[in-house]
Ligand binder design. Structure first.
Ligand SMILES: *Cc1c(COP(=O)(O)O)cnc(C)c1O
Length: 370
């Protein structure tokens, strides 16, 4: 196997799920979000684990992700968040997936397709309370809810909305979104109808807004042990499940003034030791980390020098020591030092979500506790 790999500790993901469960009320269900290759952790393995740990539902962005899970024998309920094209509807129905209905038109198409196929459709209504993405606006949601009552072939399992700012220090907008969602739900109260499963909280909602938990929560990033933002309160103890490791592929002494890597952007002022690590932006390690990030060898932090290449990255050891084959940690801990996805995100000017989801499939995944 390639010596550059991602190590996923499945025990950590299970423990994070358990921590989320004990934080929310016992009657609140948990949907485990596994979109984007389970935030880089491997969608099939994580979904299998979540099924085994009895997560109430799995959440994916696209039909293709759900198809992959069904092909791998995962039978758990799966909600597809994204807007679906009309031609995808029959496959959604045949695979027993739950579809998002973001408009009256889509709902009707789903209902008709289900009628034509002679199967029941599972549907979650999507309300836009302040994201301006897919979903019917909260101020015109009644017509979608009304239409859902007259569907003949749909089981309306759920109704949901999504926060735009629950990870901010200022929760005013998140609270406004929740208020709008609750007003939409009065449709059911007024008609003395039980509402379908109401869900709103992403990780930030789970952590910062207990009143948003409702009937089900949808944690993504926190399941993987990473907090959504530095502003989110750490009300649930979760721990990172992913480590990214490589090894020293080459050691050399570089003379003062001899530039390292493409573009010759950096040269040592005095003779130094430089090692090459066999990974680069072709693996999803941002080129923007050139000259900014660090990696760990033998419990020490060493800076990246010169540009990150497609397949290789160079570290300046200074007077430090490393040998060919020594383990290198890109994300994770090594002796007393650790580098988190958050730290890489701040070096690269992005968020930990992008750091994790960017690690591509060229990097093999290894599972601990499988
Ligand atoms: C991605 C996603 C989530 C999970 O978000 P996190 O911030 O990772 O917890 C929840 N709900 C929907 C609709 C999503 O698209």
């Amino acid at each position: 196997m390639r010596p550059t790999f991602v190590e996923v500790d499945l025990g950590r993901i299970s423990a994070n799920l358990a921590a989320i469960r004990s934080h929310v009320s016992p009657s609140t269900k948990v949907m485990a979000i596994v979109k984007a290759n389970a935030y880089g952790h491997g969608i099939v393995e994580v979904a299998r684990l979540m099924e085994k740990q009895r997560a109430d539902m799995l959440g994916v962005a696209f039909l293709e992700e759900a198809v992959l899970l069904r092909e791998h024998g995962i039978t758990a309920p799966i909600l597809v968040f994204g807007g679906i094209a009309q031609k995808q509807i029959p496959l959604i129905l045949k695979l027993g997936l739950s579809a998002t209905a973001p408009s009256v038109d889509k709902l009707r198409l789903i209902d008709e397709a289900a009628g034509a196929l002679g199967i029941r459709a599972r549907v979650h209504l999507k309300i836009d309370t302040g994201m301006e993405r897919i979903g019917v606006h909260y101020y015109s949601a009644d017509k979608l809810l009304e239409a859902s009552l007259s569907c003949r072939h749909c089981d309306v399992e759920g109704i949901y909305s999504h926060f735009a700012n629950a990870d901010a220090a200022d929760l005013t907008h998140a609270r406004l979104q929740q208020q709008r969602f609750m007003e939409v739900l009065e449709f059911y109260t007024k008609r003395s109808l039980p509402p379908p499963c109401r869900h709103l909280a992403n990780s930030a909602g789970v952590l910062a807004l207990p009143e948003s938990h409702l009937d089900m929560v949808r944690p993504g990033i926190m399941l993987y042990g990473v907090y959504p933002s530095p502003e989110t309160p750490k009300t649930v103890p979760v721990h990172p499940a992913l480590s990214w490791r490589s090894h020293v592929a080459y050691f050399k002494v570089v003379q003062a003034g001899s530039p390292v890597s493409y573009g010759s952007t950096w040269a040592p002022e005095q003779q130094t030791r430089v090692v090459t690590v066999p990974l680069g932006y072709g693996d999803g390690y941002f080129r923007a980390l050139s000259g900014k990030a660090q990696m760990l060898i033998r419990g020490h932090r060493y800076p990246i020098v010169g540009r990150v290449c497609m397949d290789q990255t160079m570290l300046d050891l200074g007077t430090g020591t490393a040998y060919n084959g020594d383990p290198v940690t890109i994300i994770g801990s090594d002796e007393k030092e650790a580098i988190s996805a958050d730290e890489i995100a701040s070096w690269a000017g992005t968020i930990p979500y992008e750091v994790l989801t960017n690690i591509n499939t060229r990097v093999p995944r290894v599972y601990l506790g499988a």
